[in-house]
Structure formats: structure tokens, C-alpha cells
Design a binder for this molecule. Structure first.
Ligand SMILES: C[S@@+](CC[C@H](N)C(=O)[O-])C[C@H]1O[C@@H](n2cnc3c(N)ncnc32)[C@H](O)[C@@H]1O
Length: 309
């Protein structure tokens, strides 16, 4: 078992957060990692990143050209590329959708609170950087269940002086813990609209885990005028490659479930879809030729933004 030693430094705006073991969490590092505040000295924290097995966050980091991945992640990512050669293009298009949706929410609707679940390894511009470039006082809570994302949380705690960011180590499938966490309670005002962003994370939640109920529970806690932004891998455009892609994840122990447009529509049932509705990610209000030049099967990700009435 690989046990890298991590050195975490508190950034200027970081908050002290322990990572208590979540109910049902059997991961050995749950109680081992502490984020530290700006007044603390760097702390060496032993943790097990399970670098011997691939993780979806690190594979995605590899697709995006990041350096926070290990040989097992790179091998799995290469297998994914062999199954779906456009996976890098798709990851980039998905990331651009995230940036456009957040910029749109802040710029057009004045949304200044974000709950981002399935954050991923920090990639600039991070969500808070996009939101705070429009609304400097915007507040963002990041949530992910990957220990490496937690280890890099410092890069997510670089809020503007007027705004706030917090990081919570938690599973999407535990909405009660997310909602009752001090990170959410102290950072967001749940009596005002919040954008829940679930970007490229729902396909890691199989139907057996009832992600519809999970998303419903998270939305239930948010007031009218809140938004849900989501993206989800689909086999609708290229069934052969995407089925193979999902298989490369599943055979390495990562659950992966592509969903059809009709299945994605169930996540936004009862909400008001923002134009252009549920479309391939590059078709959601594209603002560069990078997106305008793409074909649906190259992206194979459904994207949507919807408002809670
Ligand atoms: C493909 S990355 C997407 C990152 C970012 N949202 C984006 O679209 O650029 C998926 C992220 O979801 C996280 N993730 C997967 N399943 C999760 C779960 N059940 N709970 C919380 N995070 C999860 C992974 O650790 C990874 O960081």
C-alpha cells in the first residue's frame, strides 16, 4: 500500500476544517487529514491516497493535462482514451461548460452562492475564480470524496477578500451530511438562492444509489430561485465507444453510468429549464470556435441549467 506523506499549507483565506469519518465511510484516511488555517505552520499528514488504483478525479486531471495523477491513473486514462479517443476533447468541453454556466449564473442572474459537488482536482480557473471575477463577494462550498482533491483543497481556498470558499470532504450520496455541515452552514445562506453544480459527477452515481433522490434532497434544502447546473456522460451519440469507456472504468472498480437524454431530464423534472435546455455541453451557449466546431459524438456529455420555481 502506498502511503505518500502530504504537506498541507493553510492559504490566506483557508479555514480550519477537520474531516470526520462520514457515516458508512470505510476509508482509512477519513480521520487522518486535517486542513489547517492560515496561522498554522505547515503540517505533515500521513494519508493513503491509494495511488495503486485509479481514481476518477486523477484520470480527469490527466485528461486535462494536469500533473496530479499516478501511474495507475495514467494507465486507466489511456485505456479510456483507447475506448473513446475523444475523451480529452470531451473533458475540455465539459470544463468550458462549467465555466460558462457559472459565469452566466453570476453575470445574468446575480447568483452569488454555489454548492459544487464533485469538484475535482483544482484546475484554473476554478469555479470560485469564475464566480468571483463577476461577483467578488461570491461564496462557494466545494465538496468531493477523493482524498487527493482534499489534499489540494488549499488551491480552492483562495477566495477573494470579499468572498468565501470552504471545502468539505464528503460523498455526494450523503446529502444530509453535506447540508448539515458547518462548511455549508457557515459559508452559504440557505434562505437565499444557491446554485447547486453537479458537473461531470452524476455518472459516477449508479441508479442503485438513487442519485435522483440525492439531487432532490439537495434541491429541497435550497430556496425558490436556486439553480441546478449539471453535466452527465451519455451514450446517445456514440453508443459503442461510450459503453466501452464506461466498461474501462467499471472494470477498474469505478462505477460509471452513462445516461440518456430522457434519464438526464428526470434530474430537472419540476424545474424550469434555462435556454437552450438539455443539450450537448458544447452547445450550451458556446462562446468560442472551440465549441462551435465540435460534433455531439466528440463530446458525449449532456448539459443543462435549470431554476427551482
Ligand atoms: C470528472 S471529475 C469532474 C470535476 C469537475 N466537476 C469538472 O467538471 O470539471 C468528477 C469528480 O467527482 C468526484 N466524485 C465522484 N463520485 C463522487 C461522489 N460520490 N461524491 C463526491 N464526489 C465524487 C471525483 O472525485 C472527481 O473529483
Amino acid at each position: 500500500m502506498t502511503v505518500p506523506m502530504l504537506v498541507l499549507f493553510g492559504g490566506a483565506d483557508s479555514t480550519v476544517r477537520s474531516a470526520p469519518r462520514a457515516p458508512g465511510c470505510h476509508r482509512p484516511w477519513c480521520e487522518d487529514i486535517l486542513l489547517i488555517d492560515s496561522t498554522s505552520r505547515p503540517t505533515i499528514i500521513p494519508t493513503d491516497l491509494h495511488t495503486d488504483r485509479p481514481h476518477s478525479a486523477r484520470m480527469y486531471d490527466y485528461f486535462l493535462g494536469g500533473k496530479d495523477n499516478f501511474p495507475a491513473d495514467r494507465a486507466a486514462a489511456e485505456a479510456a482514451k483507447a475506448a473513446f479517443p475523444q475523451v480529452v476533447t470531451a473533458a475540455q468541453a465539459n470544463r468550458r461548460f462549467l465555466q460558462r454556466a457559472v459565469g452566466f449564473l453570476a453575470g445574468e442572474y446575480g447568483i452569488d452562492q454555489f454548492l459544487d459537488v464533485g469538484t475535482g482536482i483544482p484546475t484554473r480557473p476554478n469555479l470560485h475564480e469564475v464566480a468571483q471575477s463577476v461577483i467578488p463577494h461570491a461564496a462557494v462550498v466545494y465538496v468531493d470524496n477523493d482524498p487527493l482533491v482534499l489534499a489540494h483543497a488549499r488551491a480552492l481556498l483562495t477566495s477573494s477578500p470579499q468572498g468565501r470558499t470552504a471545502y468539505l470532504d464528503c460523498d455526494l450520496l450523503n446529502p444530509e451530511r453535506i447540508l448539515s455541515s458547518s462548511e455549508v452552514r457557515d459559508t452559504l445562506d440557505l434562505s437565499r438562492p444557491v446554485a447547486l453544480t453537479l458537473i461531470a459527477v452524476l455518472h459516477f452515481a449508479p441508479d442503485e444509489a438513487d442519485p435522483l433522490a440525492v439531487v432532490g434532497r439537495l434541491l429541497e434544502a435550497l430556496p425558490s430561485g436556486s439553480y441546478l447546473a449539471l453535466s452527465q456522460v451519455t451514450a446517445d451519440f456514440d453508443e459503442g465507444s461510450i459503453s466501452l469507456l464506461a466498461e474501462t472504468y467499471r472494470e477498474r472498480g469505478i462505477s460509471a453510468q452513462p445516461r440518456s437524454r430522457a434519464e438526464v431530464a428526470r434530474f430537472v423534472e419540476g424545474l424550469e429549464l434555462v435556454e437552450p435546455g438539455i443539450v450537448a455541453a458544447h452547445r450550451w451557449r458556446p462562446d468560442t470556435d472551440l465549441d462551435r466546431g465540435l460534433r455531439d459524438e466528440q463530446v458525449s456529455v449532456w448539459a443543462a441549467l435549470a431554476r427551482k420555481p
